[in-house]
Design a protein around this ligand. Structure first.
Ligand SMILES: NC(=O)C1=CN([C@@H]2O[C@H](COP(=O)(O)OP(=O)(O)OC[C@H]3O[C@@H](n4cnc5c(N)ncnc54)[C@H](OP(=O)(O)O)[C@@H]3O)[C@@H](O)[C@H]2O)[C@@H](O)CC1
Ligand SMILES: [K+]
Length: 496
């Protein structure tokens, strides 16, 4: 599990550690790690040209001390100081002592740079870059040099992943002590490039993370494996209420996801029965209301239902089994329909659907995904999976003052190729199968997003794919995660 902690938690842990260490030791650890990453990126340090963008806080101090280390190894290091009177004193002295200098002409220095170190702001930054820093961030981007952000790309919000205004676009971000939520959540994540963590020795073991990302081993431990005594009910029967005369394909895709998610059986309810049976003769189809369809261990409702989702939705929510509500099922949804349920409810909106549920614009949701998913979880008292470039899953929340659902899980396996019609229908079926197998709503949602992302990558292999290709790639993704099979060539490693 990869964990990310917010600024307040990081600062508390840093204070505790600093009290036990000699003065300045922590910053030296950070600078040593930063310099080592820069040296690795430069390849040959001697003779290289490094420019430091230095703000007036400790983030700038890190940059200056790392610059001093590179200067000692023969790099030509020039510091651009945003406020000469407030630059980190010790760091500036160290840089000068090592042969580094303060740049007279920032633009000229940036134009010649091989590597730019962004030490404008770290966890102390607020809002987008201030005016004085904006041209420097732009010049860094346009210089063609490798841009390395210190702790965070300056201008991004550490706690929320929001980007309010201009910010630095980094190729690599070297972060200290722990990941910060903004490094894992879009839009800030996009600006961070590849993220390298330098351990500082912070003691965060007993603290609940703000954001966490599952990795292969976590997902492998969650996925159900049928035993010798498993029958279809033990493996989990999923009820799927999806599709309509107009959109029968959504029914097929949701059923495909459920079958590939290990469902012992799928009961399909709706107007897409012919299409479902034609593709999946193993599905059980039912023409009446969901409550009369027979025993299920979880319901999936919504994909492609069109306008007439309401009656079936009430029926399904009245059941005492976990319910996943997606797409058209979300439209008639009111908080009180969900809040009173004893069994788990998992809502799976994309940004537009989340915006409609919250009564805000889609842009607002996209800009503040972490805030939006937490608000929805609190409003509906349900687990919420917010689909998108970084899919987030927030636990069902309370409504008390200051309540912030945590940890929110962020999916690390997503790929832009998944932004294709019907891909969400597959995800719904898959997550429904995991709910039916007995996983909690957080685990079902986040494991499904993980597998779905991997399947998208496997299916795509660098080329466009359709939703059924993603469903067909799920067994390969599953085998790859549990380690019993080989993933197809071209599967990215290292990024998950
Ligand atoms: N604590 C530790 O043990 C360790 C901490 N470490 C490092 O310290 C960093 C935190 O340092 P920090 O607290 O000094 O804050 P920091 O990120 O430098 O920013 C504050 C400065 O930015 C300015 N500023 C604010 N907003 C701005 C904007 N939008 N645009 C432009 N400027 C803006 C603000 O100006 P002011 O408001 O004061 O006028 C102030 O000058 C942390 O990220 C890590 O890198 C490591 O060495 C490991 C050990
Ligand atoms: K920075």
């Amino acid at each position: 599990m990869r964990a990310a902690y917010g600024v307040e938690t990081v600062r508390t842990a840093e204070r505790e550690l600093m009290a036990r260490l000699p003065e300045g030791a922590l910053m030296q650890r950070a600078a040593a790690g930063l310099a080592a990453v820069c040296a690795g990126l430069l390849g040959r340090v001697y003779g290289s040209r490094v420019v430091l963008l230095v703000g007036s806080g400790d983030n700038g101090g890190d940059a200056l001390y790392a610059g001093a280390r590179l200067a000692r190894r023969g790099a030509g290091v020039a510091a651009v100081l945003l406020d000469a009177g407030r630059a980190h004193r010790g760091g500036l002295a160290a840089l000068r002592a090592a042969g580094g200098s303060v740049a007279g002409d920032a633009t000229a220095a940036l134009a010649r740079a091989d590597l730019v170190v962004d030490g404008i702001t770290g966890i102390g930054g607020r809002g987008g870059l201030r005016d004085a820093a904006v041209p420097l961030a732009r010049a860094a981007r346009e210089s063609g040099a490798v841009v390395v952000a210190v702790d965070l790309p300056s201008g991004t919000e550490a706690d929320s992943g929001e980007v309010r205004g201009e910010c630095v676009r980094a190729d690599v971000t070297v972060t200290f002590g722990t990941y910060k939520p903004g490094l894992l959540v879009d839009p800030a994540r996009e600006y961070a490039g590849a993220v390298r963590l330098i351990e500082l020795g912070l003691d965060l073991g007993a603290v609940e993370a703000d954001v966490e990302a599952l990795q292969h081993a976590d997902v492998a431990a969650l996925l159900p494996a049928p035993g010798a005594g498993s029958d279809k009910y033990r493996r989990g029967v999923v009820g799927v209420v999806a599709g309509s005369k107009r959109y029968p394909g959504a029914a097929v895709l949701a059923v495909a996801g459920a079958l590939r998610g290990g469902a012992g059986a799928v009961r399909y309810v709706g107007h897409g029965a012919d299409a479902v049976i034609a593709r999946f003769p193993e599905a059980l189809v039912h023409a009446g209301p969901p409550s009369e369809a027979g025993r299920v261990q979880a319901w999936v409702i919504g994909p492609g239902l069109g306008e007439d989702a309401g009656g079936a939705l009430g029926d399904v929510l009245a059941s005492d089994v976990p319910v996943l509500v997606d797409a058209d099922g979300l439209r008639p949804l009111e908080p009180e329909m969900v809040r009173g349920r004893d069994a788990p409810t998992l809502l799976t909106p994309h940004a537009g659907e989340a915006a409609a549920l919250l009564g805000v614009s889609r842009e607002e949701v996209e800009a503040g995904r972490l805030v939006a998913v937490r608000e929805l979880a609190a409003l509906y008292g349900a687990t919420v999976l917010l689909k998108g470039s970084t899919t987030l899953v927030a636990p069902a929340g309370g409504t008390g003052a200051g309540f912030a659902a945590r940890p929110v899980r962020v999916n690390p396996t997503g790929t832009p190729w998944l932004a294709t019609a019907g891909s969400g229908d597959v995800l719904s079926g898959l997550a429904g199968a995991l709910l039916a197998a007995g996983l909690g709503a957080m685990d079902a949602g986040s494991a499904a997003a993980y597998l779905h992302g991997l399947a998208g990558r496997l299916a795509a292999g660098g080329a466009p794919v359709g939703a059924m290709d993603v469903a067909d790639a799920l067994p390969g993704a599953w085998r790859g995660v549990v380690g019993r099979g080989r993933t197809a060539p071209g599967t990215p490693s290292g990024t998950v």
